[in-house]
Design a protein around this ligand. Structure first.
Ligand SMILES: [Zn+2]
Length: 830
């Protein structure tokens, strides 16, 4: 049932939907159906006793698996990908029994000595070795080639590449790692460090044990030359630490300085104390995935390490936007948030992965709200909405948050849907329920789902149990349904009747997965001396609402607070837009600025409104948006206003000004960008200016790039910008200068920037093709993935053999699918 939150002062009129084919249609992605995997055993405890052979990039030893059979069985199967199994024993009081076994594809079939039934507890000891090509990574440090870093990553079933195990998410067990590594390696894993034994041959064995149950993909192993930095314990007794490469403790202390407060904040916000034994954060050079929330020990790429002078970007620096929700702090809070949502209550299958990722992303927004203020939460929501809408427009794909069709796991971990849209859907749900009921329902859901597996139905049931609300309609539209509403809004003021008639249409395409949406919408009406807020329920293709209003309004704002996941098209007079730019809430102000710049670019009133934002004591992101929009206007008058943006104390506004200046005529912009490059105190602004210069005046940019490309900066971000700038120029003669940066003595983001710049400048260069073949065979995770994709994009025939091999042999489905796609692209071009 839909309830009405506000009493309307007049009747509602309806129109037939006559305009629904005006927007290019979207579709649901195809893929193989995945549901919750059936289990034959219930793992109780898993322990591995392994030796790391660093030079051979291999492991050897034994795993002990303690389990109940879930049905009568005389054989069991474990996941095991390219493991060399030597022996399997059944541990018994009367002595171990040797069992026969056989590999079956990516499984290990073990024959038991008799039939066992559900009450029985069995312990198997499996001796094996492995040289994994996925799941466990041995990686050379680009800055210190003598150092190797070992880390593991298990999402998508990768741990079966180095452990014989049940490798889906829907089984929880305690785990234990006894890992031997040569001096000076330190090994870090889940839970508590029970001891370190020094053995012969310069080996040390680290014994870690996690007592609370978790899913296999959350098992962690990190080995390297780490230094440990203690952080203040949360609540005085939860141990917190960071582990960083030797010599980088000060940067670790700075990067992770707020972790204690975060642990306490999430514990209090969800009325659920951090449950795990400890919390470690590990920073590893060229870590493959941005960061990974292994239970009680999160892995980060070393770019998280920084001091106060560094920009806030987390992974690779970004020179296309002035803000990205993946700040270092945002990523740190996201991974910690998983220790409630994901590591504790875990999705039942990857089709419900939003239960892990959308929650963790929204919790990171909540930490921003707590630590930086409500405006940063609203900025996070707006940024998430912008990126999601850009994705849908570009890819024409829409995807329900709960969705079971995919070929590779990176599809279901789609950032724009699973992380960003999911987070703002939760923000919308918070508006629908109200703060207190929303957080109470989340807390109840956590308690019901603790140390077990959950799906969307469990969350809906928790909401119903706590609040009494039946939100089937919300889940139908936002969890099981795809897409978003596109609202076309208009209004007229009926002077004689003192009524405002507000027309609301939903004009999104009616396609499979996306229909009409049901939503409460907040409308703010401002007249001279009076501000009124009304809430209307929208659930039809078109409706008209009448609101009593004594005077013609100065502003009618539709969802000015930005609670909706929607596109809002609301054409207004410039006069009203100018008022809205100065007076509405954050989302309304952003939308009004964009609308004014789009429809009235040359008008002095538009410039006056943007100039007003830059002069006022406004939130920095409003100023940054104003600076960026000046780049759309590009007139000399806009250039004068840009001077204000260039003098802003917040570096992010100056960065936005650099992005905006790239659009101006070169004779105006180039000297200003050169000035930012050479004199700005912040490396992020200088780097953005370097790339903007190449976009703005490619002809004159190369000497400046050469002069600055090796300038020292956090994560060598000016080098990355310089390579991207070379790519903007696209001149074949630059290939020789770009090529060295693809080498292994540079970190992965420099190497990827170099490969792309090289491709832009000399796509047919045989040396580039040979390099891509080489990197597809052997390079750090992300460089390898980039090389595979570029081989396909460039139709490199010499890449066919390696792509075929990866497509058949990689233990990582993402590599297999990407290699097959690349191979098909090459074959099609024959
Ligand atoms: Zn996550």
């Amino acid at each position: 049932m839909k309830s009405c939150l506000a009493i309307l002062s007049a009747a509602m009129l309806l129109w037939p939907p006559a305009h629904l084919n005006t927007i290019l249609a979207q579709r649901l992605p195809a893929g193989e159906f995945h549901s919750t995997r059936e289990r034959a055993i219930d793992l109780l405890h898993y322990s591995a006793d392994l030796k790391l052979n660093i030079a051979e990039k291999s492991v050897s030893g034994a795993a002990e698996v303690v389990f109940h059979p879930l049905r009568r069985a005389d054989a069991i199967s474990l996941d095991a990908i390219r493991l060399n199994i030597e022996a399997v024993q059944l541990k018994r009081e009367e002595g171990a029994a040797e069992l026969s076994f056989a590999p079956r594809g990516n499984s290990l079939l073990i024959s038991l000595d008799r039939v066992y039934s559900p009450p029985d507890t069995l312990a198997l000891l499996i001796r094996y070795s492995a040289r994994p090509n996925a799941g466990m990574y041995f990686q050379t440090d680009p800055d210190h080639p003598e150092r190797t870093w070992v880390y593991t990553y298990g999402e998508g079933g990768l741990h079966a590449n180095w452990l014989p195990i049940y490798n889906d998410v829907n089984d929880k067990f305690s785990s234990e790692m006894r890992i031997a590594a040569p001096l000076p390696y330190t090994v870090i894993s889940n839970g508590t460090l029970l001891g370190v034994e020094t053995g012969g041959e310069g080996q040390r064995t680290f014994h870690w044990k996690q007592s609370l149950p978790h899913s296999n993909y959350l098992i962690a192993l990190y080995a390297g030359e780490f230094e440990k930095g203690e952080l203040p314990p949360a609540f005085g007794d939860i141990p917190l630490a960071c582990w960083v490469p030797k010599g980088r403790l000060a940067e670790g202390a700075y990067a992770f300085r707020n972790t204690t407060r975060m642990v306490e904040f999430f514990s209090q916000r969800f009325d659920y104390r951090y449950p795990w034994e400890k919390y470690d954060q590990v920073a590893v050079p060229d870590y493959s995935i941005g960061a990974m929330e292994h239970t009680s020990v999160t892995g980060h790429r070393a770019s998280v390490l920084r001091d106060a002078s560094a920009p806030e970007d987390f992974g690779g620096p970004d020179f296309d936007y002035y803000y990205n929700v993946w700040t270092a702090e945002g990523t740190i809070s996201h991974e910690l948030a998983h220790h409630w949502f994901g590591d504790n209550a875990t999705c039942k299958n990857l089709g419900s992965i939003w239960m892990n990722e959308s929650f963790a992303t929204y919790l990171q927004f909540l930490w921003d709200e707590e630590s930086l203020g409500r405006e940063t939460l609203l900025l996070d929501c707006q940024t998430a909405l912008d990126r999601y809408l850009e994705y849908v427009e570009k890819e024409r794909l829409i995807r329900p948050l709960e969705y079971h069709y995919f070929d590779k796991t990176s599809d279901i971990y789609n950032e724009e849907h699973t992380y960003l849209k999911g987070a703002i859907v939760l923000h919308c749900l918070r508006r629908v329920l109200g703060d207190e009921p929303f957080f109470k329902a989340c807390s109840y859901f956590l308690r019901r789902g603790e140390f077990s597996n959950v799906d969307s139905r469990d969350f809906a049931a928790a909401i119903e149990a706590v609040t009494g609300r039946n939100l089937d309609w919300f889940f139908e539209d936002w969890i099981y349904g795809a897409g978003h509403p596109v609202f076309e809004i208009s209004y007229s003021y009926l002077q004689d009747r003192q009524l405002l008639a507000l027309k609301v249409k939903q004009v999104q395409p009616m396609v499979e997965g996306q229909g009409l949406f049901t939503l409460p919408v907040d409308v703010t009406l401002v007249t001279a001396g009076k501000t009124e807020r009304r809430t209307f329920w929208v659930d039809e293709a078109a409706a008209e609402f009448f609101i009593e209003c004594e005077q013609k309004p100065l502003m009618v704002s539709f969802d000015g607070a930005g609670n909706l996941v929607a596109e809002i098209r609301f054409e207004k007079s410039l006069e009203e837009l100018a008022y809205q730019i100065a007076h509405d809430e954050f989302a309304g102000r952003i939308r009004a600025m964009r609308e004014a710049a789009r429809r009235f670019p040359g008008h002095p009133r538009t410039l006056a409104a943007l100039s007003g934002v830059l002069s006022a004591s406004a939130f920095w992101a409003l100023k940054a948006e104003a600076a960026l929009l000046l780049g759309q206007i590009r007139t000399s008058e806009a250039g004068k206003v840009m001077a204000k943006a260039l003098q802003q104390p917040d570096y992010r506004v100056r960065k936005a000004a650099a992005l905006g200046l790239a659009q101006f005529p070169p004779q105006f912009a180039a000297p200003l960008l050169k000035n930012l490059l050479e004199r700005d105190s912040h490396s992020d602004v200088a780097a953005a200016a370097l790339k903007a210069l190449a976009k703005n005046r490619p002809a004159g940019a190369a000497p400046l790039i050469r002069k600055h490309i090796n300038r020292s900066a956090w994560y060598r971000e000016i080098t990355i910008a310089g390579l991207e700038a070379f790519g903007e120029i696209g001149d074949a003669a630059l290939a020789a200068e770009i090529r060295p940066y693809a080498g292994e003595n540079y970190h992965q983001d420099i190497r990827i920037a170099a490969l792309n710049a090289w491709k832009s400048c000399a796509p047919a260069d045989p040396a580039l093709h040979a390099t891509l073949v080489d990197f597809a065979a052997n390079a750090p995770y992300e460089v390898k993935l980039e090389a595979i994709q570029l081989l396909g994009q460039l139709r490199v025939r010499g890449g066919e053999a390696i792509l075929k091999q990866i497509g058949e042999e990689s233990g990582d489905v993402n590599f297999r699918v990407e290699a097959k796609k690349a191979l098909q692209a090459i074959e099609r071009a024959r």
